[in-house]
Each structure stands twice: as structure tokens, then as C-alpha cells.
Design a protein around this ligand. Structure first.
Ligand SMILES: Cc1ncc(COP(=O)(O)O)c(C=O)c1O
Length: 356
């Protein structure tokens, strides 16, 4: 699918901008959207000319397959502005590859690479004033694909819409996050769609997460569907456990999202002489380590929060609090990753992508 050919993009600019009405100091994550969006239709067996148009509602037939059979996949990525007003992204090629991996699993046609990057660059340049300078400010980018073909027959659609929408974001303190280790509910099963960013994976988590919230937890760490005895990942984050000075995280497989933050952190840990074990994580091992005081940290990794420290967890009615560390790995890696993202430190691995 590698194709660098220049494509046409139909551009219709918004007549007015919402920018002046936005309070950038008090942004709630994912609630405000920029002035424009990208949309590209798949019709007659091929992706048509991408369009950039004013952000707004779209019209779909009520029988569109996305509503009935959940043929929908998405991505989450961010753009950052450095002090010279350059716009950077972090490993966007990995997001591009992943949306096509997700699409394939959901029988959605793959999107061409040159369409993706040319449309994305054009959109980001149009929205450059929405990306504020300063450590922690970013533009959250949400590419997604839905099946638009009308008809309630249970078969893959022939028509799709690939869209990109953007939302300004600020790094914020998430509050204390306590998680419940799942005892009965499962997010993903062997042979299923857990590794895909398929919309239904997220919708299916809301009910068990609401139950966990009633018990005082903010999120769930999912366990393996067969035995519920191995810890896997959280709803939108991969998970790391620090026992003594070693980090442990579960291997990716067909139940787990191959997180870009996760794999970047593994690389950074290795080059900073922090030992990482990528292996199955038994619930019992974490319970034992919490009891004997060797469990130092649990944190989640993901594009939205970069690294989200977890302050406590619960399992089978028992609650455990984690120590508050001044020299946490969570803080160390968050700083390292963000400095690369904001063009404030060397980019040894070629992870930064300049929007041109
Ligand atoms: C289920 C799940 N796990 C992990 C992640 C973290 O992935 P990344 O670091 O690529 O954002 C996400 C977010 O994309 C997710 O939805």
C-alpha cells in the first residue's frame, strides 16, 4: 500500500472560525472540535477524493450498516507545537498501520497511505492556530471509519466513510485513579477483536466500568477471559507494574492493543537500563507484591494521558493502596516521552514526524 503519489483534496473553508470563543485554559478532553474535518468516501470499490470541509453533522441513512453491525474502527493520535511554531506528531505511521489492521479485522477496506498523510497534513496546517504552544498542550486527532451502506442485511458494507476530526487538548491532572482487577467480565477473547480499535470493544466496557465506579474505582484492568487470573490492559491504556525496580507488562496478542506509548516506553526503559519483563502478569503475583511491599507502581500508557499513575487497586473485595513515590518511573517516562513529542530532546529513533 506504499504510494507517495500526490492526490487532489477538495477544500471548502469555514466562513468563520470558532477559535476566539474557546477557553483553552479549561478544556474538557474531547468536547470541542476544530473548524474543519476531513471526510473521504469509499464507493464503487475505491476511495474517492478526500474532502476537507467545515466541521459539522453528517447525514446517514438510518439503515447504514455501522448502526446495526458495528462496522467502525478508529485511532487516537496527537499533534504538538514547538517554540518555533513547527507542528509535530509522534509515530503517526504506526497509527496509520494500526487503523488498517483494525479495518481488515472488521472487513473494512484499507485506506491508502498517501491519502492519509496528505489529508492529515493539509488539515493540520489549516488548524494550526488550534494547536497551542506549551508543554502539555496538544491537538487530539481522531481518524475513524464507518460503514455507510444502507441496508440491514448482515454482511459487510460496500460503502464507507473515513473521517478525521480534531479536538484541542490540555494535559490535566486526572485525579487519583483506582482500578478494579476484573473478576468476571472480559474485554476480549482469543480469536476476537481485542487487538483492533473496533468501536464495539469500547462500548462493551461501559457497563462493567459503571459497576466498578459504584464500588469506587475509575477504571478496570481486564484479565484474561479464560481464567481471569492474568492481568492484561485497561480500557484505553496498556498497563505496567513495577516490582522493586523491574517493570512488567503483558505481551501483545490478539486480545490486546499494540499500544504505541507502550512500545516506546519499552524502548526507552531498555536504553535507560531499566529492566522490563514482557510476560504474563498473574494477579496473584501483584497481590503478593502489594502485600510484601515490593509493588512500587502501576501505571497505564496511552496517547491521551501519556502515562497515568494508578494509586490503588481492588480485587475480590480487598483494596490495596500504592505508595506515593517522589522518583516514580511514571514521572520519569512521561517527561522523557513528552520531551521527544515536543521537540525538546533528541529523537534517536525517528519517532517525530514534522507536519509539512
Ligand atoms: C484498549 C487500548 N489499549 C491501549 C491503548 C494505548 O495505545 P496508544 O499508546 O497507541 O495510544 C489504547 C489507546 O489507543 C487503547 O484503546
Amino acid at each position: 500500500m506504499k504510494n507517495d503519489a500526490t492526490i487532489d483534496i477538495d477544500i471548502k473553508r469555514a466562513l468563520t472560525s470558532k477559535l476566539d470563543s474557546i477557553d483553552f485554559e479549561n478544556l474538557k478532553f474531547g468536547h470541542i472540535f476544530t473548524d474543519h474535518m476531513m471526510t473521504c468516501d469509499y464507493e464503487n470499490g475505491s476511495w474517492q477524493t478526500p474532502k476537507i470541509m467545515p466541521y459539522g453533522p453528517i447525514s446517514l441513512d438510518p439503515s447504514a450498516k455501522v448502526f446495526h453491525y458495528g462496522q467502525a474502527v478508529f485511532e487516537g493520535m496527537k499533534a504538538f507545537k514547538d517554540d518555533q511554531d513547527q507542528i509535530w506528531m509522534f509515530r503517526p505511521k504506526d497509527n496509520f498501520n494500526r487503523i488498517n489492521i483494525s479495518a481488515k479485522r472488521m472487513a473494512i477496506p484499507e485506506f491508502p497511505e498517501n491519502f492519509f498523510f496528505q489529508a492529515l497534513d493539509t488539515l493540520l496546517k489549516m488548524e494550526k492556530d488550534w494547536i497551542k504552544k506549551g508543554f502539555g498542550n496538544s491537538l487530539y486527532i481522531r481518524p475513524f471509519v464507518i460503514a455507510t451502506e444502507p441496508g440491514v442485511s448482515a454482511s459487510p458494507g460496500t460503502n464507507y466513510k473515513f473521517m478525521i476530526i480534531c479536538s484541542p487538548a490540555k494535559s490535566y491532572y486526572n485525579g487519583e485513579v483506582r482500578v478494579k482487577f476484573s473478576e468476571n467480565y472480559s474485554r476480549a477473547a482469543d480469536g476476537g477483536v481485542g487487538y483492533a480499535k473496533a468501536a464495539g470493544n469500547y462500548g462493551a466496557q461501559f457497563y462493567p466500568t459503571n459497576l466498578a465506579k459504584e464500588e469506587g474505582y475509575q477504571q478496570i484492568i481486564w484479565t484474561d477471559a479464560n481464567t481471569h487470573s492474568f492481568l492484561e490492559e485497561a480500557g484505553t491504556m496498556n498497563i505496567f507494574f513495577r516490582i522493586n525496580d523491574t517493570l512488567i507488562t503483558t505481551p501483545t496478542n490478539d486480545r490486546i492493543l499494540d499500544g504505541i506509548t507502550r512500545k516506546s516506553l519499552i524502548t526507552l526503559a531498555e536504553e535507560n537500563d531499566i529492566k522490563v519483563e514482557v510476560r504474563k502478569v498473574p494477579v496473584q503475583e501483584i497481590l503478593d507484591a502489594a502485600k510484601d511491599g515490593t509493588l512500587k507502581e502501576i501505571f497505564g500508557t496511552g496517547t491521551a494521558a501519556v502515562i497515568n499513575p494508578i494509586s490503588g487497586f481492588g480485587y475480590k473485595g480487598e483494596k490495596h493502596e500504592l505508595p506515593v513515590l517522589t522518583d516514580s518511573y511514571a514521572t520519569f517516562f512521561k517527561d522523557k516521552l513528552m520531551k521527544i513529542q515536543y521537540n525538546l530532546s533528541e529523537d534517536k529513533h525517528g519517532w517525530r514526524y514534522l507536519v509539512k
